[in-house]
Design a protein around this ligand. Structure first.
Ligand code: PMV
Length: 309
């Protein structure tokens, strides 16, 4: 058995505005991962995917029309590689909560793509894996910007401007971040759709909010590369206020953000699609436990600590 994985991700600044061409900053969460385990079988037995978390047992037939993201990723990968389905069972499982803004779908696809390339005995370059994961995300999530698949496949903090233009983010100081989960599942497709409707209804106001988020991201780039954590925190708060204007926050997210700030966090905001899912708080290594306790007390069903370096 050989295991492949891919991390969860958080968006540090710039979600939603990135769908409209603004830049955004994202980072992998190394401790939260999706896995794909290859169990080779005797020749001629074909390929099966075992989705451990849902109990689904999915045979992969290249010719079949399917509406399943895992099978679709397998089909796309094999077609791209020009390979027949290998004789193997691939067990797929994830420690990343679903539909909570942490990129679980893209991480599962990335782990599976790596596993299948290995099972076929061929190399799959990150640029190609990234494109394959994006296609699956597109089918299942509407109009993704491509930031999720990119940060997950390249597994490093990035400044994302477009699918063709992204660069590693060099930090002047490591970031200690808490991720607080509201426990509310909220499909990104819906919040992205609502922002689009807001834009149609009130174009000027919405466009200026989107541009203001882009400006926050540019300032955050400077603050992070200078290691100016205080400014990075202030900019997170600004970003959260702008996301509220885009209507993608929720009472639960606002409560966790306010709680983190009251407990001494340098900054806090929702992260990802919003409405539910997760928020992040920028903390110092000294105070993180206090903030984490307060987040749990305010209703966070999970709190993870991660370091972005
Ligand atoms: O998949 P999520 O919930 O982390 O959202 C990704 C960020 C969005 O900007 C809301 C959507 C996108 O495609 O960039």
């Amino acid at each position: 058995m050989t295991t492949f994985s891919a991390p969860a991700k958080i968006i540090l600044y710039g979600e939603h505005a990135v769908v409209y061409g603004q830049p955004a900053l994202a980072a992998p969460v190394e401790s939260l991962r999706a896995f794909a385990e290859v169990h080779p079988q005797r020749s001629g037995s074909g390929l099966r995917l075992l989705a451990v978390d849902t109990g689904h047992d999915l045979p992969v037939d290249l010719a079949a029309e399917v509406d399943d993201a895992l099978v679709e990723m397998a089909q796309r990968t094999l077609r791209f590689l020009g390979a027949a389905p290998p004789s193997a069972v691939v067990e797929v499982y994830s420690k990343i909560p679903l539909a909570s803004g942490l990129g679980s779908g893209a991480a599962v696809s990335a782990a599976l793509g790596r596993a299948l390339a290995w099972a076929c005995g061929v190399e799959l370059a990150p640029i190609d894996l990234n494109a394959l994961v994006y296609e699956v995300e597109r089918r299942h999530h509407g109009t993704p910007s491509g930031i999720d698949n990119t940060v997950i496949v390249y597994d490093q903090p990035i400044l994302f401007r477009s699918r063709e233009d992204f660069t590693p983010l060099a930090l002047g100081a490591p970031l200690t971040i808490l991720i607080g989960d509201t426990g509310i599942r909220a499909p990104t497709r819906e919040s992205v759709g609502d922002v689009r409707r807001l834009l149609e209804r009130d174009r000027d106001m919405t466009l200026s909010t989107i541009e203001a988020i882009g400006a926050v991201v540019e300032q955050a780039c400077v603050a992070l590369s200078n290691g100016d954590l205080e400014m990075a925190g202030i900019l997170m708060q600004k970003n959260h206020a702008l996301l509220r204007q885009l209507t993608v926050s929720s009472p639960e997210l606002d409560r966790l953000v306010d709680t983190a700030l009251e407990a001494g966090a340098l900054g806090a905001k929702l992260s990802g699609g919003g409405r539910g899912g997760n928020m992040i708080a920028l903390v110092t290594p000294r105070m993180w436990e206090t903030v984490a306790d307060r987040l749990r007390g305010a209703g966070a069903v999970h709190v993870w600590k991660t370091t972005v370096a």
